[in-house]
Design a protein around this ligand. Sequence first.
Ligand code: ADP
Ligand code: MG
Length: 138
Amino acid sequence: MSERTFSILKPDAVRKGDAAAILAAIEKAGFKLVAIKKITISKQQAEGFYHVHAARPFFGSLCEFMSSGAIFPMVLEKDNAIADLRKLMGATNPANAEEGTIRKQFAASIEENAIHGSDAPETAAFEIGYFFAGYELA
Ligand code: ADP
Ligand code: MG
């Protein structure tokens, strides 16, 4: 069944000039690009996005990183989009990511790992709404 997920090309990927290559891999894997934009967020806006991680020791550093440069938030659509994007992304730590995954190819570290992808339908709904208004998804 067709499903939407939310993704972000993170500041490390944008800085390195890997955005187009990662988008090409996503499209080649069958995802339809429903919406995408280039923005820079404040640390406070990053904290709101990652609120579920607020108690984690890496929270402050993660939110500094996510507000350190331009990002591309996007909404992707495909059958089984949420699980399939997680598979295409690879493990959080690129050292553990499988060959052929985006993080294996483009991530430098467990923090600067190139891409975000929603992990469940509820988080996808929250994350899409955090970055996109309804009229941008019509
Ligand atoms: P994922 O992005 O694979 O869903 P998590 O939801 O666990 O991973 O973590 C969110 C983000 O926080 C990661 O993508 C990464 O940028 C950062 N992160 C996760 N674990 C660590 C860690 N141990 N040290 C530093 N940053 C981390
Ligand atoms: Mg996560």
